[in-house]
Design a protein around this ligand. Sequence first.
Ligand code: PBG
Length: 342
Amino acid sequence: MAGNGSENGAPAAHGGQLDLPIRPRRNRRTAALRAMVRETHVTPADLILPLFVVDGRDVREEVKSMPGTSRLSRDRIVAQARTAHALGIPAVALFPVIDEGLKDAHATEGANPDGLLQLTVADLKQAVPDMLVITDVAMDPYSSDGHDGLVVDGEIVNDPSVDILCGMAVTQAEAGADLVAPSDMMDGRVGFIRDALDDAGFTDTGILAYSAKYASAFYGPFRDALDSAPKHGDKKSYQMDPANRREALREVLLDLDEGADMVMVKPALPYLDVIAAVKQESTVPVAAYQVSGEYAMIKAAAANGWLDEAAVVMETVTAIKRAGADLILTYFAIDVARRVGA
Ligand code: PBG
């Protein structure tokens, strides 16, 4: 390189100035320059706010392992959705907290047209019609076993579970869900849910598939929020091994074949390489879920004064978008939207 070294190995300097024609720092000199050359912008339109809905009225119960996030009753969910909508957040993703007494092995309550989730969807679509409502399709909030599929002799059986999931998805569509989001990781569920929705006349209800959902230890606080931890065993026979990336592509390609309208990678920050790989293969929008444990880690460190919460949150969501996510589910959605403006 011309001029970058001298004969004795020291850099060539002129009055303390190096002969350096190329200086990347020029583009970082001022805030205006940095803003002009910034490659990734997170906007409120990228965000999806997950919400935990609980029975009752005027209820707000903070989730212990998720400070700043609460289980909300339907009326409060509507209020929270209005806040999010006003900030430009286009969608909420709903997760119901189900009474232990309503849980059974077949997650029967999940397909109750008058169930908590279905009623909340209807409330939201009436109160804030433009807010997109995404519902979770999985058995665990309703299952006495705490698994996403049906347990028979200690095994999570695939095909009977798919049948149950289809029933749940149809009642969610009936209630008005814009997108149903199967998070169960049973084989073939996207295709069968698509058929079930179409047969019931819901050809316009979309499917956001949790395609690459890993068997992650980062879901712990979510399971506290819903009281939905598996009563026995773990989820490794259906959720993916964190060590695998190519398998994520296999799952994504299958879900696309089966009719997924959007695909998801979950968790987000520990899986940026997977997000990037999925973005390359996917012909539909790619979502990433910054999950409860990712949220809890930031909150805990910030509470101790060890991290600057606002800065770290912006850095993480920006990284997730930079990796390739078109949409980000995050419990920080309202904070981020407030920060970046509409
Ligand atoms: C369950 C489901 C889980 C999450 C979303 N849907 C937990 C699990 O699979 O055990 C996790 C979300 C989070 O941790 O924020 N179907």
